[in-house]
Design a protein around this ligand. Structure first.
Ligand code: ZN
Length: 86
């Protein structure tokens, strides 16, 4: 596992992430912010600033303001944390 993968796992395995994720999905009305689909499943993606970049900037990865709701196809086209949808 690379250091970046470990950083991602530490965030997405954290109980706080579940709260953040739900807050983001609720805030965005369970609608993808890129393609406007309301058909899930959705992920709360660290976007437009990817998670690893956020951590390097010293930003809080559990801040809902750092995340957007994306559907799976849209999250797959970005630097999104697909592991968070598992
Ligand atoms: Zn989408």
């Amino acid at each position: 596992m690379s250091p970046d993968q470990k950083l991602r796992r530490d965030v997405y395995d954290d109980p706080r992430w579940k709260v953040t994720r739900l807050n983001v999905l609720t805030r965005d009305g369970f609608q993808c912010v890129l393609c406007d689909t309301t058909g899930g499943p959705f992920v709360a993606d660290h976007s437009p600033v990817p998670l690893i970049a956020l951590l390097r900037l010293g930003r809080d990865p559990f801040d809902p303001a750092a995340c957007r709701t994306l559907c799976l196809p849209c999250s797959g086209s970005s630097d999104g944390p697909r592991a968070s949808s598992a």
